[in-house]
Design a protein around this ligand. Sequence first.
Ligand code: ATP
Ligand code: MG
Length: 714
Amino acid sequence: MSVVDRQILAGLNEQQVEAVSTFKGPVLVVAGAGSGKTRVLTRRIAYLLEQGVQPSEILAITFTNKAAREMVERVQELVGWEASQSLWISTFHAACSRILRVHPELGRLRPGFTIYDADDARRLIERTIRSLELDTKRFPPRAVMARISSAKADLMTPQEMAVETRGAYGRLVATIFEAYEAALIESNAVDFDNLVNSVVFGLREHSGVREYYQRRFRYLLVDEYQDTNRAQNELIGLLAEPENNIFVVGDSDQSIYGFRGADLGNIIGFSQRLPSTRTISLEQNYRSTNAILDLANALITHNARRHDKTLWSQLGQGEQPLYFAAQDDRAEAEFVVHQLLSFLAEGHSLRDVAVIYRTNAQSRVIEEELSKAGIPYRVVGGVRFYDRREIRDILAYLRILVNPDDDVALARIINTPHRGIGSGTQEQLQSAARTRNVTMLHALELYGAQDLGLSARAAKALAHFVELIGGLRTLVHEGASAPMVLDQVIAQTEYLAMVNEEDPLTAEGRLENLAELRTVAAEADSLEAFLEQTALFSAIDAELDQSSLTLMTVHMAKGLEFPVVFVVGLEDGIFPHIRSLTAPDQVEEERRLLYVAVTRAKQRLVLSSAARRRNFQGKFSYSPESRFITELPEDVLIRVKSSGFIPPAPRSTPQRPTSDPVPYRVGDRVFHARYGEGEVRAIRERSVDREVVVYFDDAGERVFFSSAAKLKLV
Ligand code: ATP
Ligand code: MG
């Protein structure tokens, strides 16, 4: 073994070494959370390079762009910058879009095609449903999209769907599916599902291109293999032939994308499909203490459909996980903040901490309590940067400049800012384009507004618009850089004036967002590269490593680890989710979700629930404690009694008993570093702490937790 080999294999256990250094043929690593699967995958890339494999022969697939970037960094540390440059480490989507850029014909696309994200796709489906003169109430676009998407995950075509579904409704969905696919091609666009599917179908059809990529990617590696769907698995299978140097790592207990068509059969059937597979299992967990693993193990054994495996670690027993059953969602959030403060006092920093929940809507109460306590936090996957209106508008302009067939983008901006092209005119234009079988912009350019039967006023407005787009396109063709084009779009459309007029209050934030977008654009090599990057950006990609606490859903937390983890909302109907309760296999998926959540924790794990929650109408809804808590043995967690946290002082007393006095009273003048001077208006007892209400001279009313409030008497 060479010195370098030894370095690459250093700090790995025996099974991990085997996984890293099995050079040829299919390898399946099945192992529990935190057992080093991702670590092994990264080291294996370094090992392959060390064995003389060319970087360009390696294709490694991760689940998020963030994971991909981290892996590139880790590989760079191991093998240096040069060698890492021609490696393909990316998500399925990014890898496929790269292939399609070079071979757009695989997906019957033309150069410059657009990638439609979920929102674009939904709009196009809605338009398709309308153009078929079907009722969007009977065929809700979102639901239709889900059906189409899950068909695509199984590589099903519209024709196959039509044959397979019984009943008129299903056949109509198949009709929509077919028309939607045609509309995508017409718009020279792919949705996320088609990125993968068109490469699969295209490679099956074009043997020349297939052989090229098979020869090019001689070594394939896939992380989080349990969450691949049939289409993704097929892609990997196709590319790996004939050598089948294919290395996959996964954990069937962490399969949480069933709702998107992920197929556990891919893991289970792997060695049947490739009989020479070497299967390696890793048992030692390097992430969590045994107290946390005991809870995780006790939880997951309740799933009937699984291979029995138990995680253990050498990190000692550690602190018992805590569980608090709160009266209501507010008290739960207060508990989280209170507990958090004590972890901070123990020396943890905010970036060590994640609060994880089942659905996005649950973050709001927690956010409110965190703000009161003055604790900085960031929500991963909330209203994402690229989902914001101003960002989407400007990107739509840029898209139309690169791909004039992109009707979804055109519809978005044709009257934004307002330029007198109302929805009536838009519909007329749309149907005129349809009857002439061209896209909307082409219709305008080819026939002129008047020939299309539009009124003189509309024609004038449209002519202006065509001129505007034409001018900007010239700029693009002349090779202007991405930030330059972006600036021109904003200037020539007078977009900022619109932002200011619409809502002066939010204008500043929206301008900041546009400035941020410009920063991203400035880093891109070209306008096309910039658009591609923005289309593939996923929620998790926002930087995690700031000095603030992270709030996110379980799905976003996959693969990550944090010293301190809170899992909130453990009620039947929330976690497990209400929709899962009728189907045992879906409850099992929910249990796997919780398993993923708790195994993110390295040192401290805190679970909580609320007996009642305020719903969006302001009424309380009541839920029993989660079955996942009830089914756990008593000894894997400590039930925190609420009385331990509620201060004994009677609620009417405005002042606290002497043990922990509030240093100010109602009427005192106080100073806060951020808000300046103000007056204490109220001090209220809450279940875990006191609330201090201060009216600042400049900043108005703010509410703090007294133990966290950095207020000084003046
Ligand atoms: P998940 O299933 O959650 O994705 P995983 O199996 O991919 O987990 P990793 O993230 O690779 O696990 O590893 C978990 C942690 O354990 C990481 O911090 C990693 O650096 C560490 N680790 C893995 N193997 C070893 C080892 N042999 N020695 C020391 N630390 C290790
Ligand atoms: Mg991992």
